[in-house]
Design a binder for this molecule. Structure first.
Ligand code: UT7
Length: 331
């Protein structure tokens, strides 16, 4: 039986560190408010002009190096982002050009914080079907150029940071290794609880002087609704994933949760009966990096030696859409 395994992992964050105190110089907020409510201490912002595909390129090179592969070994690219280089074409095409490979297929996935899990599920299915052998899956975001750094947008602006993460998924025939299980969900009923209007095709033109002066060009979030649903859905998801696979909570070495809010992950750990030290987090250093958060967290813990080959890990994410999903992986 063929299944997909993660043969190489890499990530990249831009060097510029932005602390909570730095943000407090731009609008009314405080280090204390941000840390207490979210756990975030700092995040990275890319320099102006740096694109989502630029961060993705660095992360991809590191993942390929870790896999001991070159870009020409890749059969297909799946690119998850909510902050593409352009409205179209997909950013996967720009990454393909930057990697110096041509003619392999590229696909963009627009599933926000769950983007990496949706992408790896597709990669796993394509590999299991025998369609491709080596798929590069990337999550990359430049949030800093699309945040409202005024009091009006402060609830959202404090949360997000720029980063990229990438993984090379490869076909393997070992039964108990790689992607063992995935499940994906969405509920469009709550699409407007976390959304951004900019390319609203019900309007002509999409952008006008009025919309630029107004609030449509910035992300909007009903934070409390997102928080409440995130905890409920993620707890359900952990229980369901474990039950479907006949696993007890103590059989999971680490949970790799999307990094939206430290308090969300702490509550999910508590309600899932999984010791909090098994829930890995790095939101303190990077904020919410949406599609990049899971590969960034995997890469950090793999390179530090905490995550070891053979560990059984559970990946979970919830975000805009609403979308949510899980994956069980034998690392
Ligand atoms: O991947 C999914 C992405 N998003 C999420 O997961 C976000 C989920 N939601 C959250 O993380 C939280 O709802 C927030 C961190 C965004 C907000 O925390 P909260 O405890 O839900 O605060 P709140 O929105 O209820 O606001 C409380 C107060 C308000 O003031 P008043 O009305 O009580 O006077 C806000 O105006 O905090 C105020 N506030 C701020 N104060 C300082 C909102 N943003 C800020 C800020 N600094 N940045």
């Amino acid at each position: 039986m063929i299944r997909a395994t993660i043969r190489g992992i890499g990530s990249y964050v831009p060097p510029k560190v932005v602390t909570n105190d730095d943000l407090a110089k731009l609008f009314t907020t405080s280090n204390e408010w941000i840390q207490t409510r979210t756990g975030i201490e700092e995040r990275r912002f890319a320099d102006e002009g740096t694109l989502c595909s630029d961060l993705a390129l660095e992360a991809s090179r590191r993942a390929l190096e870790d896999a001991a592969m070159s870009a020409s070994d890749v059969d297909f690219i799946i690119f998850a982002t909510l902050s593409p280089d352009h409205h179209f074409p997909g950013t996967g095409c720009y990454l393909q050009k930057k990697l110096g490979v041509r003619h392999i297929g590229c696909m963009d996935v627009r599933n926000q914080c769950t983007g990496f899990l949706y992408s790896m599920t597709v990669a796993d299915a394509l590999i299991r079907a025998g369609t491709y052998k080596n798929i590069l899956v990337v999550g990359s975001e430049i949030h800093s150029s699309a945040l409202d750094f005024s009091d009006r947008g402060r609830d959202v602006a404090v949360l997000f940071g720029d980063a990229a993460g990438a993984a090379v998924f490869t076909a393997c025939e070992t039964l108990d290794q790689g992607v063992l299980y995935t499940e994906l969900h969405a509920d469009g009923e709550f699409a407007k609880a976390l959304h951004m209007d900019v390319w609203d095709i019900s309007r002509k033109p999409y952008l006008s002087q009025e919309s630029i002066g107004g609030k449509e060009i910035w992300p909007h979030m009903d934070g409390r609704t997102v928080f409440k649903h995130a905890v409920t859905r993620l707890v359900e998801l952990v229980h369901h994933t474990l039950k479907k696979n006949g696993l007890r909570p103590d059989e999971i070495k680490y949970v790799i949760p999307h990094q939206a809010n430290l308090r969300i992950n702490q509550m999910v750990a508590e309600k899932s009966n999984i010791p909090p030290e098994r829930f890995l987090n790095n939101i303190q250093k990077y904020g919410n990096t949406t599609a990049a958060s899971i590969p960034l967290l995997l890469d950090e813990n793999y390179r530090s030696g905490k995550l070891q080959r053979g560990d059984l890990i559970l990946l979970i994410a919830f975000g805009s859409g609403f979308t949510w999903g899980s994956a069980l992986v034998r690392w």
